[in-house]
Design a binder for this molecule. Structure first.
Ligand code: BEZ
Length: 268
């Protein structure tokens, strides 16, 4: 009898983020966007709301710049991790900022790699940010723009459809183009001071299966843990290998970022 390799088990986390997996497999998300804080140009003592703070790693950098940073995130697991890092943080969906629970009169709302998860109503998110800001306050953010991780998204969708799932229902992401997002900001009364999109091809620290199970968990956890999930992830990986892995098995992800600075007018 030939020895059989043990089956790979993918994505044991349930319907929420795993802060430990995020730190292990996606630490580059903060590193690669570190200069977004230069766009924010925080002044000591400013009150900054970190929208979609995740495990608080970026908030820590804001604190290191002498701001009073407070984080909000929809994920209880991520907020728990942020609190463990000593960040003042609370569980709040970005769609609910307008209710004032997270406070108002912020000098700035800052956000990295989070707005694309707020797909349900991007205009409600922008309106909530406006409510949270003081007059003259700024909204400085980076997230995925149109075409972000396009082959990965296409493979996740195609393999889901092949298994009889509705890809639109599973797909959690909002990746707008520059013109669309500028129009949304302006429609909400922001003055857009700077808005850019740019490519950021990013070498991954490990196998792309780690990226999928950590960051594409809404797709992955739609399949039952065990053979169904393992088959789904393996087939997505094999679809992507020719395009995103090199001959040595090193993977990269074709990130495309949308960054902006938008200001709430002093007077409405
Ligand atoms: C991003 O930061 O662009 C991203 C993160 C998770 C899933 C998809 C995209």
């Amino acid at each position: 009898m030939s020895a059989k390799a043990p089956a790979v088990e993918y994505g044991q986390a349930d319907q929420d983020w795993s802060a430990a997996d995020y730190a292990r497999h996606a630490g580059f998300v903060v590193e690669r966007a570190a200069d977004l804080i230069d766009w924010l140009a925080p002044r000591p003592g400013e009150r900054v709301l970190d929208l979609g703070c995740g495990d608080g790693t970026m908030s820590l950098r804001l604190l290191a710049r002498d701001t009073a940073a407070i984080g909000v995130d929809a994920s209880p697991a991520m907020v728990a991790a942020a609190l463990e890092q000593g960040i003042e943080a609370m569980v709040l969906d970005g769609h609910d900022l307008a209710d004032g629970t997270a406070g108002t009169d912020y000098d700035a709302v800052f956000s990295n790699a989070a707005l694309h998860w707020m797909k349900q109503d991007p205009d409600a998110v922008i309106a909530g940010v406006r409510t949270a800001l003081c007059p003259g306050g700024r909204f400085v953010a980076e997230f995925g723009g149109a075409g972000n991780v396009a082959p990965i998204r296409a493979a996740l969708r195609a393999e889901a459809e092949e298994r009889g799932r509705d890809a639109d229902t599973l797909d959690p992401w909002f990746f707008p183009d520059a013109a669309e997002y500028r129009a949304r900001l302006e429609e909400a009364g922001f003055v857009v001071e700077r808005l850019e999109t740019f490519e950021r091809p990013t070498p991954l620290p490990g196998d792309i299966a780690d990226w999928l199970t950590t960051l594409a968990w809404p797709f992955v956890t739609a399949f039952a843990a065990g053979p169904e999930r393992n088959g789904y992830v393996s087939d997505v990986v094999e679809r992507l290998r020719p395009e995103l892995a090199d001959a040595n098995g090193h993977w990269y992800a074709p990130y495309l970022r949308l960054r902006f600075i938008a200001r709430k007018p002093e007077q409405d």
